[in-house]
Design a protein around this ligand. Sequence first.
Ligand code: NDP
Ligand code: KPL
Length: 298
Amino acid sequence: MKIGIIGGGSIGLLFAYYLHRNHSVCLYVRSKEQAEQLQEKGLFLACGKEEKQVSLDVKLASEWLGEEEATFIAVKQYHLADLIEQLRAFNKPDKVLLFLQNGMGHIKMLRNLFGEIYVGTVEHGALKTSANRVIHTGIGLTRLAPFRHSFTEHQDFSHKIHSVDFPFLIEEDYEKMLMKKLVVNAVINPLTAILQVENGELIHNPHFFQMVKMMFTEIEKSLLLQNSEDYFQNVIAVCEKTAPNQSSMLRDLLENRPTEIDAILGFILEKAAEREINTPIIESLYQAVKGKEYRVGE
Ligand SMILES: NC(=O)C1=CN([C@@H]2O[C@H](COP(=O)(O)OP(=O)(O)OC[C@H]3O[C@@H](n4cnc5c(N)ncnc54)[C@H](OP(=O)(O)O)[C@@H]3O)[C@@H](O)[C@H]2O)C=CC1
Ligand SMILES: CC(C)(CO)C(=O)C(=O)O
């Protein structure tokens, strides 16, 4: 199958490495320097003690014409606004676009696109260490759900790209799937970013755990969560499973990059405002993260 991947960051490089083994992959990156590095030296992926290298097709993102059967969009949520017109101009009704962003802020942008659209949640951990090197820091799976399509045909599509060591799972209800990940990211990411702690400390330190509970209570009300105990237990399970990890938001702030706070807490604050729900804790954490970003931008 011909697959395009837009974005040569941690997730784009990870997907390019694994999908390249069974498919014809073209990776579309933003900078000429990164394209040259990948073309000349190949892509390196480290997983455990092993490092492997592959050669693959690399082009500039400005050259993407929507020719592949499926294209993964592996940029951050705040990069999408710049890409969406290009996607709209070249995407064709019979081609698939798959969006892998955290949060739910991007959903409204997808309504203006043509073609078959999927959204996904990535449960792998990946860390780009240079233009052509990525570490697979946590082995997981990718969930995909149709945003606009019929379910039976999706089953076929996910089977085409699924492999045992890089699995894909199809979900029926994209809102439910994204909501589950959103709640995890909404609790863990801002708290770890502001407290500057690893994920596990949120549940092992009783004072931070109190903050987790207070934060969750406001999120639960804002999103009108059904079976909220399941969502809460899932947050705890992710803290346990990723205990030694720094969240992506903490890493973004430490590395002076913008965060995905608008896609995560910004989205929840919008819902809370629509429903006239008071959310002082979410609002404070949102402003605290924005304040840190502001200092970074100075
Ligand atoms: N990393 C992880 O472990 C996980 C990430 N995710 C989610 O996946 C998404 C991607 O994250 P991640 O890969 O870590 O982010 P990165 O910041 O590592 O990568 C984003 C990449 O997008 C590129 N980019 C931005 N705009 C464009 C454009 N117009 N055309 C082409 N490329 C562009 C950037 O290019 P440049 O380098 O030139 O700036 C950068 O390489 C996020 O929403 C994140 O939350 C979800 C789960 C785990
Ligand atoms: C699951 C979690 C919280 C793992 O760190 C994550 O997705 C992130 O950091 O963005």
